[in-house]
Design a protein around this ligand. Structure first.
Ligand SMILES: N=C(N)NCCCC(=O)O
Ligand SMILES: [Zn+2]
Ligand SMILES: [Zn+2]
Length: 338
């Protein structure tokens, strides 16, 4: 196929997505948001990378197919984000780095492979937006980020704490990455926060132990009792001014908004609440992010895939906004440029 026309203006400018007015969205390459591959551009500011690994799940399998599904569900994204007043593909070079090939039969080796690949991809300052895969992958991704930045704040969107200790004696699972990360000193215990927590736990100690590891909790129900703006204010106060890693387990959304996931829990966020909360990260030093636990076999009409693609788009928009000095409103969201 000849080189596809892309949304881009001149030589030296970032190469953008394939132009939807020249190549229909259902044709052309299967990269995130129809962006170029990393080997098609020179310098990359942000790489979108897939990790098709689900060897750490405790219930429904299938998140290994998440990267391909989210990419397929990202074809309708457009170049301009009016909510943040930014063109996320025009002010930074975003490109798709393909998938990290992790061993599906050996969790320890998979974790090492993911860490190595994430370190390589981020070696020249490239920031990573990673699409999982199950939540196990957050541990090697945090190792790679902490190797560059030191201990980071984590804002973790999830129905689940994921600070449990082991499953069947296994320390690396999708329910344990943040306990391992805290034990390894990858996290700043004064600046970590879960958002969207709900549902049954194993014992009351789960929350006490989570607290000792350095996490505060915004419960899903807090969105009922408070506004998104007040959640954003609390989140920004907690995350402070140092490096922030954002981990989004798609099951933070209510199963109505994200049925395609492995451990769904009733009573979750709407996609509107999640997208608006993510916009509240503008101005914070976001050094990396992941979107995990999309399991397409349980999805319908791409509901979950589209939600995950939009989460990725907002995260890329936050990174783009951070490159521009446009004014912010007091809760940290951007003033629209209309
Ligand atoms: N990270 C996700 N999605 N789920 C963790 C659930 C762990 C459990 O089965 O108790
Ligand atoms: Zn979860
Ligand atoms: Zn999780």
């Amino acid at each position: 196929m000849p080189e596809a026309p892309r949304d881009s203006s001149g030589p030296g400018d970032p190469v953008g997505p394939v132009d939807a007015m020249s190549v229909p969205r259902f044709a052309g390459p299967s990269t995130f948001a129809r962006l170029p591959r990393v080997d098609e551009v020179g310098h990359v500011d942000v790489a979108v990378v897939g990790v098709p690994f689900d060897g750490g799940v405790s219930y429904r399998p299938g998140a290994r197919f998440g990267p391909a599904h989210v990419r397929a569900s990202s074809k309708l994204l457009r170049p301009y984000n009016p909510a943040l007043g930014v063109s996320p593909f025009a002010v930074q070079q975003v490109a798709d780095a393909g998938d990290i090939a992790a061993n599906p039969f050996d969790i320890g080796e998979a974790v090492r492979t993911i860490e190595r690949a994430a370190r390589d991809l981020g070696a020249d300052g490239t920031r990573l937006l990673t699409i999982g895969g199950d939540h196990t992958i957050a541990l090697p991704l945090l190792r790679a980020v902490a190797a560059v930045h030191g201990p980071v704040a984590v804002v973790h969107f999830d129905a689940h704490l994921d600070t449990w200790d082991t499953y069947f004696g296994e320390p690396y699972t999708h329910g344990t990455p943040f306990r391992r990360a805290a034990e390894e000193g990858l996290l700043d215990p004064e600046r970590c926060l879960h958002v969207g927590i709900r549902g049954p736990l194993y014992t009351p100690d789960d929350l006490r132990e989570d607290d000792v590891l350095g996490f505060q909790v915004v419960h899903s129900d807090d969105y009922q009792d408070a506004t998104v703006a007040s959640v954003v204010q609390r989140m920004r106060r907690r995350l402070g001014s140092g490096p922030v890693y954002v981990s989004v387990d798609i099951d933070v959304l209510d199963p109505a908004h994200a049925p395609g996931t492995g451990t769904p829990e009733a009573g979750g966020l709407t996609s509107r609440e999640l997208l608006n909360t993510l916009r509240g990260l503008v101005g914070l030093d976001v050094v990396g992010a992941d979107i995990v636990e999309v399991a397409p076999a349980y999805d319908h009409a791409e509901i979950t895939g589209i939600a995950a693609a939009h989460v990725g788009y907002e995260l890329l928009s936050v990174l783009a906004r951070n490159r521009q000095d446009a004014p912010l409103v007091p809760d940290g969201t951007a003033r629209s440029r209309e």
